[in-house]
Design a protein. Structure first.
Length: 262
């Protein structure tokens, strides 16, 4: 997540069965200064594991030896199920070799007990840097993916518009959808999302603009213009044309004659 300054802030959960250590880590460490937000703590791995199934967490700071479910088992589960991005172990000196071996299962790092602030700070600064890199790469992939989608969407829209321009007399949603291998319902929504216009509105606009071109010619009467743009009933054409232009076809023609005679 991001704070109000636009910087990434990562959610942290602490798991340790020792009350004193858990309390000190959650209360006295200035996590916000490191770019982290402490959100919760648990005394055993099982409770934390259940919590992760319902909440998105970035980093787990976890003791190795705990009751019910130890740190090793918890780390394996959260990594295998992609529940947490990074895991850091808390380790006593006698568990040093054990903690080092744990790195082979993907644990990011380990911090020795008793925990020193500088060691903790250095560890989490490295983790923050890695998380920032992951986020940056993800954002780049999303931008590239969006650009590819936009290019593809534009190709589909252009193909549909070309079909309508060339076949306005008989064009319909079903045939247009077949041209681009979409269902009619999906193309209808897709076209509106991409162009801001309903498919039927756009098709009608093409018909009416073509009608205006035909009406500018003395070769066609209103009935012929109606037929040329796909209307079997001239009255329906006249109503549609008036809704679109504010004038009947005859008024449109008279207006043209008036303008030419001025």
């Amino acid at each position: 997540m991001r704070n109000t300054g636009g910087e990434d802030v990562y959610k942290l959960v602490i798991v340790d069965d020792e009350d004193e250590i858990r309390h000190a880590l959650s209360t006295y460490i200035p996590w916000s200064n490191m770019g982290f937000k402490f959100v919760d703590s648990f005394t055993n791995g099982r409770d934390a594991y259940n919590y992760f199934h319902k909440n998105k967490i970035d980093v787990l700071l976890c003791d190795i030896k705990m009751p019910i479910m130890n740190g090793i088992e918890l780390a394996e589960r959260v990594y295998n199920e992609n529940l947490v991005s990074k895991v850091v172990f808390l380790s006593a000196h006698r568990e040093f070799d054990y903690a080092r071996k744990a790195l082979t299962i993907g644990v990011e790092d380990y911090v020795l007990k008793p925990t020193k602030y500088q060691e903790l700070f250095d560890c989490f600064q490295k983790i923050r840097h890695k998380l920032n890199q992951v986020n940056s790469n993800q954002q780049k992939r999303e931008i590239i993916s969006a650009e590819k989608n936009n290019n593809y969407n534009n190709k589909v829209v252009r193909k549909v518009k070309k079909y309508l321009a060339n076949n306005y007399k008989t064009a319909n949603l079903e045939d247009a959808a077949e041209k681009v291998h979409y269902s009619p319902a999906y193309l209808s929504k897709f076209f509106k999302d991409c162009t801001g216009e309903n498919f039927s509105t756009y098709l009608n606009k093409i018909k009416m603009e073509k009608a205006k071109e035909y009406l500018e010619s003395i070769e066609y009467n209103v009935y012929q213009v109606s037929e040329k743009i796909g209307y079997s009933n001239p009255k329906n054409f006249c109503r549609s044309f008036k809704r679109y232009t504010g004038r009947t076809p005859s008024q449109f023609r008279r207006g043209m004659d008036y303008e030419k005679g001025r």
